[in-house]
Design a protein around this ligand. Sequence first.
Ligand SMILES: [Zn+2]
Length: 206
Amino acid sequence: MKKAIPFFLTFATIVSFAFVTTNTGKSKHINVVIDAGHGGSDFGATSSSSNEKQIVAQITDKIKFLNKNENVTIHLTRIGDQFLSLSDRSALINKIKPDLVLSLHINQNANVAKSGMEFYVATESIANEKSNEIAVELRNKFIRNTTIKSSEVKKAPFYILKKSEVPAVLVELGYMSNLDDREYLTNDLEQNKIAATIVEFISELK
Ligand SMILES: [Zn+2]
């Protein structure tokens, strides 16, 4: 009987290790890159009172702040108001190899009546299928959580989308040229809602 005890303990240790491994496998760590468009000398879409680079940076900061999930790491391409080329952004993304890249932008159009969110993926991307799947789910979440309308997921050969070797979605959060969209995008509470929607979505990624 004396000999049997150590054997039993060893067996129990193996079992508990196996259990820990299975458990860790379930709560996979998620890495996401938030790519705030433009920055520095590149203002992106502008109005007399606001600009794209500032709004997407504000929302990016809120995403980073609101993420309290220890299984999720939010990486940023640009830190603060810096100019970062598209090739530098994609090089950084492909080095991190995240589960998802979300590139945040704000639209502009000569037709001031044009409004709403738009979601883009690139057919040229090696992760096109997964990107499309994620874009559809993200769009559905925005439809549920926010009041702004949104178009179907569109295809466009945007540089960040084409060059990312991981799933990537470019989100045009609304139109700077449309008064209602502009008021929505510059409103602190609405920005919080946008950020919270993205944080919630990321935490549910599989
Ligand atoms: Zn932009």
